[in-house]
Design a protein around this ligand. Structure first.
Ligand SMILES: Cc1cc2nc3c(=O)[nH]c(=O)nc-3n(C[C@H](O)[C@H](O)[C@H](O)COP(=O)(O)OP(=O)(O)OC[C@H]3O[C@@H](n4cnc5c(N)ncnc54)[C@H](O)[C@@H]3O)c2cc1C
Length: 209
C-alpha cells in the first residue's frame, strides 16, 4: 500500500473556472492514488505550502482527481495562478469518508452551501454509481449570488425522475436569477424526507451548519 504521507506528483490537466474565486482543478497523479468519498487529501505546492481539500470527483475514476478550490489565502491564491501543465503534490487520503453503508435503503437529504458542494459532488457521484441502493436523494444547495453557483453546467443533470431532486437558492437575487432567493435554510421547508428512515449530510460554512 502506498504511504499516505508521501507526496505524489500530479499534473494539472484541466482547470474549470466555476465562479470568480472558485475553480475546479483536474489532476492526473503520476502514481495510483485512491480515496473514499468524503476523505480528504493534502494538496501541496512543493516548497511553498499545502492545504487540505476533499476531492470533488468520483472515487471510481482512478485516472484523475478533481479538487474544487476557493481562493481565500496564501496557498489557494497561488493555486489559482497555476496553469494546465503545471504540477502539484498530493498526499493522502485521510479521514473516514462518508458512511455509504449506513445510507443504503434510506432517503438522503444533502445540504450544501457555497464551495461546500465540492465534497458533496463526490458523494453524489458515488451514490449515482449504484442509485438503486438509495431510496431518495434530495439536494438543497445555496450560493451567495447566481454568479457564485458552482457546477452550474451539471447541477440540473443530477435530477433523476423520482430518485434525485435538486433545489437551488441564492442569498441575493439579480436580474438573471428566476429561482428562490433566501438562505439555504429557506428551501428546507417541506422536505419530503422520511425522518424515520433518513440521513442528512451537510457541508457548508459553519454559520449555515
Ligand atoms: C478536511 C478539509 C477539507 C477541505 N476541503 C476544501 C475544498 O474542497 N475546497 C475548498 O475550497 N476548501 C476546502 N477546505 C478549506 C481549505 O483547506 C482552506 O481554504 C485552505 O487551507 C486555505 O489555505 P490558504 O493558505 O489559501 O489560506 P490562508 O492563508 O491560510 O487563509 C485562510 C483564511 O484565514 C484567514 N487568515 C489567514 N491568516 C490570518 C491571520 N493571521 N489572522 C486572521 N485570519 C487569517 C484568511 O483571511 C483566510 O480567510 C477544506 C478544509 C478541510 C479541513
Amino acid at each position: 500500500m502506498k504511504n499516505p504521507y508521501q507526496l505524489v506528483e500530479a499534473e494539472i490537466i484541466d482547470i474549470e473556472k466555476e465562479t470568480p474565486n472558485i475553480a475546479t482543478f483536474v489532476l492526473r497523479p503520476k502514481e495510483k492514488l485512491s480515496f473514499q468519498t468524503g476523505q480528504f487529501m493534502e494538496v501541496a505546492i512543493p516548497g511553498y505550502g499545502e492545504a487540505p481539500f476533499t476531492p470533488s470527483s468520483n472515487p471510481k475514476d482512478t485516472e484523475k482527481m478533481e479538487f474544487t478550490i476557493m481562493d481565500v489565502g496564501r496557498v489557494t491564491k497561488l493555486m489559482h495562478q497555476m496553469k494546465v501543465g503545471d504540477n502539484l503534490g498530493v498526499r493522502g487520503p485521510y479521514g473516514l469518508g462518508y458512511p455509504l453503508e449506513e445510507f443504503k435503503n434510506k432517503e438522503l437529504l444533502i445540504v450544501g452551501g457555497g464551495v461546500g458542494l465540492a465534497p458533496l459532488r463526490s458523494l453524489l457521484y458515488s451514490l449515482f454509481n449504484e442509485p438503486s441502493l438509495y431510496k431518495k436523494i434530495d439536494l438543497r444547495y445555496g450560493a451567495k449570488t447566481s454568479k457564485d453557483i458552482i457546477y452550474r453546467g451539471e447541477l440540473m443533470g443530477w435530477i433523476k425522475d423520482g430518485k434525485c431532486f435538486v433545489t437551488t437558492t441564492v442569498d441575493t437575487g439579480d436580474e438573471l436569477w428566476t429561482g428562490n432567493v433566501g438562505l439555504v435554510t429557506t428551501i428546507l421547508e417541506n422536505i419530503g424526507i422520511d425522518l424515520g428512515n433518513g440521513s442528512a449530510i451537510v457541508c457548508g460554512p459553519p454559520v449555515m451548519m
